[in-house]
Design a binder for this molecule. Structure first.
Ligand code: MN
Length: 163
């Protein structure tokens, strides 16, 4: 006989751990809400969505999925917490520190602590990526004029960043 808990899981009831979520479309999963990346106006970004895939308090980390629409970009920011990123869909580029990388599915990107970073989708393709992060984390810092000037000392970085 199947347990009540197992039956509840199958029905996808609220508050019960989902053991398996089928992918329903590229970067979409059963029961996972597609949310705003950040509150509009809180930081510069363009055409980004956020999904929380795993956030179990028993793990000290969260796994999120971000999707940047063609020509969109995440916020140029830095923070004490680190990111472990796996590109999952599309193509684009990212800035990590003072370097710009082209990225494609299954590339790995590490963002160290207090390192400026930004992801941009190509103009003609989206960019989706999975991002593992500490569950408890500091607020991202935005660059001030001095930080922007320092980044723009490199013409390639100056041409890349969106702030
Ligand atoms: Mn970040």
């Amino acid at each position: 006989a199947r347990s009540i808990a197992a039956a509840a899981v199958d029905r996808g009831e609220r508050g019960v751990t989902r053991l398996h979520r089928r992918q329903t479309a590229p970067l979409r999963w059963e029961g996972v809400d597609v949310r705003e990346y950040k509150q509009e106006g809180s930081a510069p970004f363009r055409d980004v969505t956020r999904q929380v895939l795993f956030a179990d308090p028993a793990l000290a980390s969260e796994l999120r999925c971000f999707e940047v629409a063609p020509a969109g970009h995440t916020t140029l920011e830095r923070h004490a917490h680190v990111h472990a990123v796996i590109v999952a869909h599309g193509r684009g580029r990212c800035l990590v520190g003072e370097r710009i990388f082209t990225v494609a599915p299954f590339d790995l990107v590490e963002v160290p602590a207090l390192t400026w970073h930004q992801f941009r989708a190509d103009d003609d393709a989206p960019l989706g990526f999975l991002c593992m992060v500490n569950a408890a984390r500091d607020r991202p810092q935005l660059p001030d004029a001095e930080a922007i000037a320092r980044l723009c000392a490199d013409p390639a970085v100056a041409a890349f960043i969106r702030a």
